[in-house]
Design a protein around this ligand. Structure first.
Ligand code: PMP
Length: 369
């Protein structure tokens, strides 16, 4: 069955193979007589699903042994509170503001941290640039420094994570990697904690992934809800309360799909990175070489996952979207706060989908020249 190409920013397209397998197993998982949604999270069937998913993710992202993988709930926005509840020690925290999501994060942290320092911001460029880490005014003794490593709305990505030690900061780096997790390898030597909702690159909404270095556990504020205390969650293998079992199962199938992907001699996330580089280059080249479309983000920080673009003649937006839908190119409308268009090209989007979009964009431009 061929499906339309779905450019949603999230919840987003899931590989068809994953959906087909989930459909085939819906009523009876592996001869157990139960669907996954109907199983006890403490039974041997679900425990095997959970253990496989965790092991596969650890392998795919090369997560070191001294980091815990937690499967939580609440999404990225809940983590904006859960991170300071666990890591701030009610002290000062540092933030780099590069777009809508890091802006939201720093506002929420003010409820829990005694001080929030904005050590760099790209607000003055309308969030089209990434402040050079060498210019960040990191503070002494901050409990952590937070960045959003891929800004889903503004289309800004850190292509390299900052080395805080080299900037004179001993703070652990916290990254919100919601919208580019598993799109490229992670340099864990630079990261203390990473969090992300699953609904873009890993599976369905309702599952939140947290990867946290062990020495950061056990410092939660007294007011932190037990179900959100990372140490409690880690000590109970993410089963202090009922985990999002369906989300873990679908993410697990996605991890197996990822492990099967190859590009030349590369496999898994390294293979995806090569594909994502090629997909993004194809679309940015089409935008930059046209008279009709424009993307204003500086070349060194353009996101490979979320590519916003505008029609120079905005009166044609509705016609563009209607024509796209007719050709099976879905959910291209930009975020309401910025307008225009946005193509999210996560791992599940094949290069053929990007090519179909580029072909349509050229056709539309010629028709309206
Ligand atoms: N951070 C980023 C980078 C996001 O893209 C999003 C969702 N689009 C969020 C946080 C918020 O996630 P949630 O809606 O799962 O709380």
């Amino acid at each position: 069955m061929t499906r339309p190409y779905n450019f949603s920013a999230g919840p987003a397209a899931i590989p068809a193979e994953v959906l087909e397998q989930a459909a085939a197993e819906m009523l009876d998982w592996h001869g157990s007589g139960m669907g996954v949604m109907e199983m006890s999270h403490r039974g041997k069937e679900f425990l095997s699903i959970y253990e496989q998913a965790e092991a596969d993710l650890r392998e795919l992202l090369a997560v070191p042994a001294n980091y815990k993988i937690l499967f939580m709930q609440g999404g990225g926005l809940a983590e904006n509170a859960i991170v300071p509840l666990n890591l701030s020690r009610a002290g000062a925290v540092d933030f780099v503001v590069t777009g809508s999501w890091s802006q939201k994060s720093q506002k929420e942290a003010r409820k829990y941290a005694s001080e929030v320092n904005i050590v760099a911001s790209a607000e003055d460029t309308g969030f089209t640039t990434l402040p050079d880490p060498a210019s960040w005014t990191v503070s002494r003794g901050a409990s952590y420094l937070h960045i959003c490593s891929n800004e889903t709305i503004n289309g800004i990505e850190f292509h390299q994570l900052p080395n805080l030690k080299a900037l004179g900061s001993d703070a652990p780096l916290v990254i919100d990697f919601s919208s580019h997790v598993a799109s490229r390898p992670v340099d864990w030597s630079r990261v203390g904690l990473a969090f992300g909702g699953a609904q873009k690159n890993l599976g369905p909404a309702g599952l939140t992934l947290v990867v946290v270095r062990e020495d950061l556990l056990g410092h939660a504020l007294p007011a932190c809800p037990s179900a959100f205390d990372y140490k409690t969650v880690a000590d109970n293998q993410s089963m202090y309360n009922t985990p999002p079992t369906w989300g873990i199962y679908i993410a697990g199938l996605t991890f197996q799909w990822l492990k099967r992907q190859t590009e030349g001699s590369l496999t898994g996330v390294a293979a995806m990175e090569q594909r994502n580089i090629a997909k993004a280059a194809l679309l940015y080249n089409a935008i930059d070489s046209s008279q009709l479309y424009v993307n204003r983000v500086a070349a060194n920080c353009r996101s490979r996952m979320n590519i916003p673009f505008f029609l120079r003649d905005e009166s044609r937006n509705d016609a563009f979207l209607a024509g796209a839908k007719e050709r099976g190119l879905l959910q291209l409308k930009g975020h309401k706060s910025v307008g225009g268009m946005r193509a999210s090209v996560y791992n599940a989007m094949p290069i053929e989908g990007v090519q179909a979009l580029v072909d349509y964009m050229r056709e539309f431009e010629q028709k309206h020249a």
